[in-house]
Design a protein around this ligand. Structure first.
Ligand code: 5GP
Length: 125
């Protein structure tokens, strides 16, 4: 069910529980700013979710309120994960869903990282 990205942060969302280790996840990366794990329902041969450690609902919330260090740390983590998986060549796709029209279902900012095959059209409605 898509969420309203203007709602306050909910500490009981599923990715908050993953960050606290209350729900298992297949970790692929962690540093001071970010945590990354395999999507439970992969839509490409490689489908990783990268989340900031801070309490941000969406890209909107993060871009408005996160510190410069948090933003830099998160963006660098996404790039590092892609390089660690040898994705720069042949390439990969990043996707960030925001709110209802974006199809965002989990109210903790996450970037989808897809790779492992040609990914086709950018959007199919
Ligand atoms: P959204 O639609 O919010 O951008 O994407 C949420 C993503 O989280 C979906 O791709 C979904 O498969 C994934 N997801 C939902 N619950 C879990 C979970 O408990 N563990 C993992 N690893 N992924 C989840």
């Amino acid at each position: 069910m898509p969420i309203d990205a203007t709602l306050p942060y909910d500490d009981e969302n599923i990715f908050a529980k993953i960050l606290r280790g209350e729900i298992p996840s297949k970790k692929v990366y962690e540093d001071e700013w970010a945590y990354a794990f395999h999507d439970i329902a992969p839509q490409a041969p490689l489908h990783i979710l990268v989340i900031p450690k801070g309490r941000y609902v969406s890209w909107d919330d993060f871009s408005a309120k996160a510190s410069a260090d948090e933003i830099a740390g998160f963006v660098r983590a996404v790039g590092t994960i892609a390089r660690d998986h040898d994705l720069v060549e042949p390439g990969y796709r990043l996707l960030g869903n925001v709110g209802a029209d974006g199809g965002q279902e989990v109210p903790h900012l996450h970037v989808h990282l897809f790779g492992g095959k040609p990914l086709g059209r950018m959007i199919s409605a």
